[in-house]
Write a protein that binds this ligand. Structure first.
Ligand SMILES: O=C(O)C(=O)C[C@]1(C(=O)O)C=C[C@@H](O)C=C1
Length: 356
């Protein structure tokens, strides 16, 4: 047994030495890139380049490692190389242990300074003020729909969207003891309670449900009080040493939340991009239909259409539209020019690489 293992481990040691040498070389090149960028004041974080690198490794992956695992490794390599150029600060809806934090790491890797904020408003403020280089905010959930606060803030913000991240959202029911003995209340963020309501109705119809600021806060409460159960990610459960009563209790097994990255950065073309816009039209028959006609005319696909009541001003609704492509793609540029001409309000939220 040992004799068979020894030569294999020696091979692994030799490969690791090569990997380490190559990582060191990569780091040195990243430092050189950093110097070039510093001379021209160019942005350090280039989401379009990182997306291309990650798509490239998945395309060229010879196996046996899974594409998603190879991408996780390369994301961390780029994160560490980027940190050699400049360590970025990223604001998110805290506390730590939330899905928002997971989205931050999925986009930027872990070689960053993560800045937990108490609300979505605070994430926007920190990013606008420059306290954070970027902010990560939830924008839609596959079972609950739009995160309205984010949509409202995107309308007014001076920041632009530079990226998107999609996270599988799995909720677990957890308590201090790992059982429901003596539990009188289930705490979670209102979105999480909504995403688990069928399951809760079936299994614990009579236990009080209490909405709190975040699932991580619910986990903190459960860690302090054995009569409280929390619905949160298992990551949060581990962090606050909770026992799992039941894993994956969300009603939709494919439940996902999409986040956007906000900042001052205009992301370049990656070859597979998305653009977010907000529009308003005068309240006339056929206005919305006519408004969107340029998209079809120029062969631009719409991937999302969301409306929000305008709470002030002359128009009744703002329309949040996501389209495929980048503002610098010829067809998108032409379609947007025409859209703008027909709209009473028009704002480009940003163009960015589609999430992996
Ligand atoms: O290509 C660049 O612009 C780099 O700075 C290098 C690098 C990388 O490590 O590959 C690091 C940070 C950028 O976000 C993109 C890529």
């Amino acid at each position: 047994m040992t004799d068979k293992l020894t030569p294999l481990r020696e091979r692994i040691d030799a490969i690791d030495a090569q990997i380490l040498q190559l990582l060191s070389e990569r780091g040195q090149v990243a430092q050189a890139v950093g110097h070039v960028k510093a001379e021209t004041n160019a942005p350090v974080f280039r989401p379009e380049r990182e997306a291309q690198v990650l798509r490239g490794v998945a395309e060229r992956n010879p196996g046996p490692l899974k594409n998603s695992d190879v991408q996780t490794i390369f994301r961390e390599i780029m994160s560490s190389c980027r940190a050699l150029e400049k360590r970025v600060t990223v604001a998110f809806l805290g506390p730590t242990g939330t899905f928002s934090e997971q989205a931050v790491f999925q986009q930027f890797g872990t070689a960053i300074d993560a800045l937990p904020c108490v609300s979505i408003d605070e994430v926007f403020r920190a990013t606008e003020a420059g306290t954070a280089d970027f902010g990560v905010v939830p924008v839609e959930n596959s079972s609950e729909g739009a995160i309205n606060r984010t949509l409202d803030l995107l309308l007014a913000t001076t920041t632009i969207i530079s990226g998107e991240v999609s996270i599988a959202v799995h909720h677990s029911l957890m308590t201090k003891t790992g059982t429901m003995d003596g539990v009188t209340v289930v705490c979670a963020h209102s979105q999480a309670l909504a995403q688990c309501q069928v399951w809760l109705n079936q299994h614990y119809p009579n236990i009080e449900r209490r909405a709190v600021a975040s699932n991580a806060e619910a986990a903190v409460l459960a860690s302090q009080d054995p009569t409280v159960a929390a619905i949160a990610s298992e990551m949060a459960g581990e962090q606050y040493r909770l026992g799992v009563v039941q894993a994956h209790i969300q009603d939709d097994p494919h439940n996902r939340t999409r986040f956007v990255v906000i900042g001052q950065l205009q992301t370049g073309r990656s070859g597979k991009d998305r653009t977010g816009i907000v529009l308003a039209v005068p309240n006339k028959a056929g206005a919305v239909y006519n408004l969107l006609a340029p998209l079809e005319k120029h062969g631009v696909s719409m991937t999302r259409f969301e409306s929000r009541p305008a709470r002030i001003g002359t128009w009744e609704y703002y329309f949040y539209v996501d389209i495929e492509g980048h503002v610098h793609d010829a067809a998108v540029a032409r379609a947007l020019e025409e859209l703008k001409d027909n709209a009473a309000f028009f704002k480009v939220l940003g163009s960015y690489p589609q999430s992996l």
